[in-house]
Every structure is written in C-alpha cells, then in structure tokens.
Design a protein around this ligand. Structure first.
Ligand code: FMN
Ligand code: SF4
Length: 458
C-alpha cells in the first residue's frame, strides 16, 4: 500500500484521489457519487448533462427552436436541469462521504448562467466547482456567492498567475486547490499555449515545481495541487508524493475511471479501449473551440486529419478553377494534380475555409457539414465550425468545414452512437488498459475496486 496522506479538499479530509470530470455525460452523478462514497473526490460533468423524465429515462436533447437564440435558450435549460439532476444523484450515492465536485467548461455557451443556476438549484449537493478550457476569471466570484470551493484547471504557472493576480486574489478563501493538467498527456481539451509545441512535451515535474513556486509566492503554500494527465499507477509517481518541493498534492484520473461499472459508457467503450496501442490517441487542433485536444484516432479523427491535407490555396487568378456552391474560385496552379486526384477519389465538393483555402470533401460530407452548422444550438461561447459567437452573434469569420460540431458528436457518442464516426476523447495512457493485468479478461471493476487498487500503487 502507498502511504497516501489525506488532503483537505473542499473543507474535508479525503483521500487525495480525484475523478476527472468528463463531458458530455461520461462522468455523472453515479460515477461522482461512487468516488465520493469511497472517501475520494467525485466530479460530475455539468456540460449539457443528462436530465430524466418521470419514468427515469434520459430526456433526449432535441432542439425545436427555429432561431439560434431560441435553441441557445433550450440548451441552457437542458444544461441547468441536467446539472441539478446529476448533483442530486451524486449526493444520494455518496452517502454523505467524500466530496462532490462539478466540472464545467468556461468556454461553453452560457457558462456563467449555467454554473450559477445549478449552484442555486443543487446548492447543498456541491462542494466544489472545477473549471477549465479558458480563463475562468469570474469563477471565484460565483463560487464565493454560493460559499463553495473553486478549482481552476491550468497547464502552466503563467496561466494560474494571471488568474490569481486579476481575480482570484479577491476570493482566496474559497480557492480549494489548483488542477494541473498536463497539456501533452491529458484526455479531452488541452491547454497548450501558442508558444508550446504539440510535438515537444515538457517534463511535468519541472512545470509543477514552477507552479508551486508561484503558489507559494501568493501565500498558497498548503493548497493542494491536483495532478492530472496520464496518471495510472501511483507507484510511478512515488517521487511526487511527500515531496517538499511540490508540497500537498492529489492525483486526478480521467481515462482510467471510464472502465468502471458506474460509468454509463463503460460496456460500450470497453472494446475500443482494450484494443488501443501506444500512439493511438492523437493530440490535434481540430476542436471548434480552437483548443488542442486528445482523442482516439478513429475514423472520424482520421478523416478530419486527412481533410487538412486536402486543401488548396485560393489565388486571384489562375487557370485552375473550381466551383464553390456555384461561385468560381481560382486555386494555386501547382495543386492541379492533387485536385484531380482528390476529385477522382470522390472528394469532389469544394468548401471555403477562413484561411483563404478550399478544402475538398465528399458531396455527402458537404451536405452534412452545412446541416450541422445550420442546426447549431450555441454550445460554445465561440465556435470556429459554425462561426457562432455568444457576444456578437458571429465570430466574423467564415464557418470552418475543417472542424466539426462537438456538441452533436459528444452527445451521440455518450448515448449509444457510433464509436468510429464520433469523437472519443481519451488520455495518452489509454493504451494501458490492454497492458494492465487489472483489466485482464475484459474485467470492468467497480469504482470501489478501482480506488482500492490505486491505493496499492497499481
Ligand atoms: C472522455 C473524456 C472527457 C473529458 N471531458 C472533460 C470535460 O468536459 N471537462 C474537463 O475539464 N476535462 C475533461 N476531460 C479531462 C479529464 O477531466 C482529466 O483531467 C484528464 O482526462 C486527465 O488525463 P488522463 O485521461 O490521462 O487521466 C475529459 C477526459 C476524457 C478522457
Ligand atoms: S456548431 Fe459549434 S457552437 Fe454550435 S452546437 Fe455545434 S459545436 Fe456547439
């Protein structure tokens, strides 16, 4: 057994083990409650979470509004009802033990309203709010209003420093800790800055030491750092535990808890995860949020990656002309052979991108892209795929057919949709399911068994 020291998290001493929040509906009230019931920290996702009808069936999130604004309001209502429902389930399942955290994406559409209304509706159920994907400056004020703890997710000391100086220093009392998410290793959206290279990962230890130094300089010496990103066997992190340079730490698991009996997608996703090999999870910049993200290289991702290659620059004049929805566009002459090849392969529909290029897709894909853009329900504060922008109505850029509707894809994949044709977020250690004897013979542990196992160091 490892000598794990309990940490005071959201006002209570608990195991320093944290469930990583996973939208859409991958970590929910059931998973969160199970982590909490085992004296750890559970995290349900408040990103368009499921709500239920009177018979207990999931209410499908179907949009009836004709305008984007109408659909945006529908989305917010679904999200608020879902968040409250999951928080209540988490409290029920926790038996009053552990801690219950809510995870939200700061850049989700209507994030401040959604977080506020969930905290209003499920106030006594939630001990902490965890927020990443963006710079959640106003998070501290919202949390303080409801007297719950807040946890920014950062990937560098610089990001935390900016958040603290500008806003968190005014509400230090409710700052519960800092989640450090390794931008090269963690599943889901990744906080790589423009100065960092996706192919040049940096040592997490050094980045954590820098984060601790910055936290110490703000008198946050005892506040825990929650380490996330490819944490699998804690025996491999022994140097990080009881380490004076790092101070109090806890560990967050994102991918590993997907294969637990409480996780709603465990059975459906298991064959995919058990078949993964090292390198099957890719770090790309295809998300409509504009952030990097890590997902399984399935058919959908492979198609989007290939789509990036099927691009030709637009020029003022040339003899190489294509029709884009009836308008003639001149392309760089040197792409003639490639364009013929792509067209012959069936990628005959040309679509404009915001970067003065044309991308080639199949006619069916072109129809589906336009349909998805038209159906936009404003799940993000700004979306490069549909050009939706919460503050201005439009980003002012051409909708980008090289991206995709993340809302549609994540909803589908969480509710029985095709695992090859939708986005499957995963951390870069997901291949370890196949190698770890704990999962031999396709065993799916309970959360209790997983937490006990983690404490052995394996
Ligand atoms: C399927 C999936 C969905 C995720 N969704 C979110 C999310 O909605 N919000 C968030 O802050 N992090 C999200 N994450 C990140 C996790 O909370 C966690 O920090 C990360 O997965 C840790 O890395 P690991 O997967 O290597 O353990 C997601 C991760 C996965 C695998
Ligand atoms: S098009 Fe963009 S903003 Fe609209 S629902 Fe899809 S991902 Fe969300």
């Amino acid at each position: 057994m490892l000598n794990l020291i309990s940490q005071k998290i959201s006002g209570k001493f608990v195991l320093p083990l944290v469930e990583g929040g996973k939208g859409v509906s991958i970590s929910n009230g059931e998973t969160c409650g199970a982590w909490a019931a085992n004296d750890a920290v559970g995290t349900f996702s408040a990103v368009n979470a499921d709500s239920y009808d009177e018979a207990g069936n999931v209410i499908p999130q179907i949009y009836h509004g004709k305008t984007r604004e109408e659909r945006r309001r529908e989305l917010i209502e679904y999200a608020v009802n879902g968040g409250i429902a999951q928080a209540k389930i988490a409290r029920e399942r926790s038996n009053g033990r552990g801690r219950i955290h809510m995870n939200a994406l700061w850049e989700m559409g209507g994030s401040q309203e959604i977080i506020t209304r969930i905290l209003e509706g499920a106030k006594d159920c939630i001990h902490g709010v965890v927020c990443g994907a963006g710079m959640p400056y106003e998070l501290s004020e919202i949390a303080a209003k409801f007297k719950v703890f807040y946890y920014p997710i950062v990937s560098s000391d610089r990001a935390f420093s900016a958040l603290f100086r500008r806003s968190f220093k005014k509400c230090v009392e409710f700052l519960g800790g800092v989640v450090y998410e390794d931008p090269w290793l963690a599943g889901g959206h990744n906080g790589l800055s423009n100065a960092e290279s996706p192919t040049n990962p940096m040592n997490p230890y050094l980045r954590l030491v820098n984060l601790r130094k910055v936290m110490n300089s703000f008198n946050l010496k005892y506040l825990p750092i929650i380490i996330a990103g490819s944490v699998w066997w804690l025996s491999e992190w022994a140097d990080y535990i009881n380490n004076d340079e790092l101070g109090n730490v806890a560990f967050q698991f994102g991918t590993r808890p997907i294969l637990t009996t409480e996780c709603p997608v465990a059975k459906a996703w298991q064959p995919k995860f058990m078949a993964l090999k090292r390198g099957d999870v890719k770090l790309t910049r295809l998300s409509p949020t504009g952030f990097y993200s890590s997902a399984i290289n399935n058919e959908m991702l492979a198609d989007l990656i290939a789509r990036q290659e099927r691009q030709a620059p637009i020029v003022e004049q040339s003899d190489l002309k294509v029709s884009v929805f009836g308008n003639e566009v001149c392309l760089d002459e040197s792409f003639r052979e490639k364009v013929s090849f792509w067209t012959a392969q069936g990628f005959s529909a040309a679509m404009l991108t915001p970067d003065k290029t044309v991308v080639f897709v199949t006619p069916e894909q072109s129809v589906s892209i336009l349909q998805s853009q038209r159906n936009c329900c404003c799940c993000l504060s700004a979306c490069r795929f549909s050009s939706w922008c919460q503050t201005k109505g439009s980003t002012g850029r051409i909708p980008d057919p090289r991206s995709f509707c993340i809302q549609r894809s994540l909803q589908e994949v969480a509710h029985g949709g095709n695992l090859d044709e939708n986005l499957l977020f995963a951390g870069h250690s997901a291949y370890r399911f196949a190698e770890d004897p704990f999962y031999a013979n396709n065993y799916i542990p309970t959360t209790k068994e997983l937490i006990e196992r983690i404490q052995t160091g394996y």
